[in-house]
Structures are given as C-alpha cells and as structure tokens.
Write a protein that binds this ligand. Structure first.
Ligand code: GUN
Ligand code: FE
Length: 450
C-alpha cells in the first residue's frame, strides 16, 4: 500500500495466505489472508470453498510467493554485450560498442540464438514482464516476439526506429522503410497473439538523435491510429545526449518533453527511460500527459557518462508513474533484484544531493517499483503487479533455505519480513524456484498438489 501522498510504499506481508486460481489456472479467483494450515478442511469450509474440487499446494518452510518482476526497459539485442564499454559516454558507447553488436541481428539465425538465451535468462531471474527494445531489423524483431510467446513471457517487443546518426550498416534504409517494417512487426504480433494476452508491439523510436523529423512524425501518426500500442524511448539520459538533441532540434529549446509531445509520442502509454535530468516544466508535462518513467539506476551510474540517477522520490511525490528497468546491456545486470538494490544506492545519493528533501527508498518502495510500479508504467496494472482478485497469476515462488548454492542465510526466529528482506538484499536466481506467467510454469518444478 502507498502512503497518503503516494510518496512511500509499505510492504504487506501475509503469513497465512490462501490464493485460489480459476479452473484454467490463469487468473486469481479468490484470496484469503486468514487461512489455517493446521486445519485446512475447516478453513476452506469457512471460506465457503468447494474443498473436494480444489487441488491444494502448500509452501514449505522458508518459501513464499511474490508478484513477478517487471522490467520496464531493456535491450534484447544487447544481451550478449551486457556490461561492455563501462565508463564511455553515451554516444561514444553507442558508436563503439552497441551499434556493431546490434547490427548482427540482420542475421535471423543470430537473432534466434541470442534472443532465445535472453528470454530464458530473464525468466530464470523472475522477470515475468519485459519491455524490450529490438534491433532495427523486422525479421529479428518478429523472432523475439515469437520466442516471448513460445516461452511464455509477457512482453512488449519493439522494432527500433533509427534513420540517422548511425553507420550505414546499422540504420533503416529510409523513413518509409522504417515505418513500413514497423507496421509489419505490428501485424505479425497481432497475428500470433490476437488478444494481446502476452505480447504487444511497442513503438520504439530509439531516441530523437536517431530519428529525423519525418520518422518521428510518422511514428506519432502510427501511435495515433493505434491507441492500443505502447510507446517507448530514451529521455533526458545524460548531458552528452541532451546537448546533441538540443543541437538537432533547436526549436524545442532543450526540452525533450516538448520535442516528443510535439510529435504525438507522449501519453498514458509512453514509457520514458531514464529521466535523469528533468526541469520543472518537464516534470509537469510528463505528469499531465500521464507518461511513465523507467528508472534504470544500474546503467545510469555505470555507462553513458551520466552518473546521475533519476529523482524517483520526487516522481512518486508528484504522482508520476515509476518502475524499474535493468537497461541491460548498458546496465551490466539483467536482474531486477540488482536494479532494486541499485535504486536504493542511487536514492541515498539523491537524499544527500537534496539535503534530505528526497528521502532514500525503502525495501517497500523498491519492491513496489519492481512490481506494481512497473505494471502501472506499462499500463498493465489491471492485469498484473500484485495478487488482487481478478488479476492474472504472474508470480515467483521464492525459497530461502535448503537449495544448492543458496546465498541467503535464514536463521531460526527470523520473521517473514526479515526473510523477505534477506532475499531482496542477498538473493539471486537460485532463490527463484518457480516462475509463473499467466498461470503457466515458465521456470521450475511442476506443481505438486496434496
Ligand atoms: N540511448 C539511445 N540508445 C541507447 C541504448 O541502447 N542504451 C542507453 N542506455 N541509452 C541509449
Ligand atoms: Fe536503454
């Protein structure tokens, strides 16, 4: 739950919960906080549930369920180059490291191999929903969407639009071609997942530096004609990027909010990655236009030359939607657990910078950003983000003891809050025993019912 002004979030830990899925196993049908495991029959009768028709699974000691993690910003074609080129400024990093890597996705076999590892890797780390930037290539982007659907990950998949300021070997052939390939990817994803149960295309102008006036205009038009499609771009990430953007688009006087708004790309379905350097005017615009922020604290402090984390506490206080992004590969880690920890570190720096005005983030705050906050940013809060009745079952079963190689150390007498905190601060994918997306087991053990 959030505080009255929305600026802080407390964690609700329910020691004896009973969660019932619908007969298809996709949605949460019932949730009780007062289940009595020592007398389940009586407990279920009291809850008025048809006990003979329910398969019940009990969690073992030290195990608990949490909502799946949501990664609101990452780059699938950077999977094999995560963490490379740390310390380079953003435009140099793109030229030297990133564009050569992403250009390899012209080859569908390469795309299949890397994207397969990428989707598996995210699922293994508990990322049940991801908003992916693809490469510029249509074929590769369709392959990524196919893989998300086949492997059962909830995903936004975006063909990346780039029509200038990159090498000839890595750019759309023309503005027309850029928009045409985008339309083809949209059609493909609608064909493979007609009700958008898991996968959606996300319009993905890489950032204004990569796009001409005509490209941004064309994408704004597609956004207008397709109100179901989300939009994502990089926004006010680092000084080098902001200066170059201002030079290319002097008419907006350095305001990226005005720039993207002008092209019809800002709205309630827009995910803005980074938002590190924000003027008061830009804060107001993105709030009024209901854009969401993908906070990427790992990449902000390691690559790109920003070393400036977004003012997350300020966003929360203003009611601007915020979630976490791994931004892998600029971010060296694709784990949302790492993003949570780094969000705490970045927030300590902000507390210092603001002389205490922006309090650092708590465990409850970062867990919110990793789950429900991310769902709000992606416009998926009616479907996922927590265990409300009616939502879909995207969940992680966490184990904190007795697993091979486990790093968390739980002691007798630890309450569930302490065990949870130990998992968030010291756990990794070995603690994430089972992963469910829309009720489908995408990592782990088949459910054993008793
Ligand atoms: N800005 C434009 N492209 C990128 C990218 O791939 N990563 C990051 N961090 N910023 C960008
Ligand atoms: Fe990024």
């Amino acid at each position: 739950p959030r505080s009255e002004d929305g600026s802080t979030h407390t964690l609700e830990i329910i020691p004896l919960a009973f969660l019932l899925l619908n007969p298809q196993g996709t949605h949460i049908e019932f949730f009780a906080k007062d289940f009595d495991p020592s007398n389940p029959t009586v407990s279920l009768e009291r809850l008025n549930l048809p006990i003979d028709q329910i398969d019940v699974t009990y969690l073992a000691a030290g195990e608990f369920l949490i909502p799946g993690f949501i990664d609101t910003h990452n780059h699938a074609p950077q999977w094999a180059m995560r963490g490379l080129g740390q310390g380079l400024h953003i435009l140099d990093w793109l030229d030297q490291i990133t564009f050569p890597q992403e250009s390899k996705f012209a080859d569908p076999a390469h795309a299949k191999r890397v994207y397969s590892s990428c989707v598996d890797g995210f699922l293994r780390q508990g990322t049940t929903t991801a908003s992916y930037y693809g490469s510029v290539h249509g074929e590769a982007t369709k392959i990524l969407a196919d893989l998300c659907l086949a492997k059962g990950q909830r995903a936004f998949v975006g063909k990346c639009n780039m029509t200038r300021n990159s090498p000839d070997s890595y750019r759309d052939a023309s503005v027309e071609n850029s928009l045409q390939v985008t339309m083809e990817c949209i059609a493909h994803i609608r064909r493979i997942d007609p009700n958008a149960e898991l996968v959606k295309h996300v319009l993905t102008p890489r950032f204004a530096i990569s796009c001409t006036n005509e490209t941004l205009q064309g994408l704004g038009q597609i956004a207008k004609e397709n109100p179901d499609l989300p939009v994502q771009t990089h926004f006010n990430e680092a000084e080098q990027e902001i200066l170059a953007t201002t030079e290319l688009f002097p008419q907006f006087g350095g305001s990226e909010a005005d720039l993207y708004e002008h092209y019809g790309l800002l709205g309630p379905r827009t995910i803005l990655a980074h938002c590190c350097h924000m003027t008061e005017h830009e804060m107001k615009r993105i709030k009024d236009l209901e854009c969401g922020v993908a906070h990427c604290p790992v990449s902000n402090m390691t690559v790109g030359g920003g070393f400036m984390a977004a003012p997350v506490r300020e966003f929360m206080r203003r009611g601007i939607k915020v979630g976490l992004g791994s931004d892998s590969g600029g971010g060296f880690s694709s784990s949302i657990l790492d993003a949570m920890r780094q969000a705490m570190i970045a927030s300590h720096a902000r507390e210092k910078m603001t002389e205490g005005k922006d309090k650092s983030l708590s465990i409850g705050d970062v867990f919110y950003l990793a789950t429900l906050g991310g769902a709000e940013v992606c416009g998926l809060a009616e479907k996922v983000g927590n265990f409300e009745v009616g939502k879909e079952f995207d969940a992680l079963l966490i184990g904190t003891r007795d697993n091979p190689g486990i790093m968390t150390m739980v002691e007798d007498g630890d309450d569930l809050g302490t065990i949870f905190e130990k998992f968030i601060m010291t756990g990794d994918d070995r603690n994430i025993l089972d992963v469910y997306v829309r009720g489908r087991l995408v990592k782990g053990r088949p459910m054993e019912t008793a």
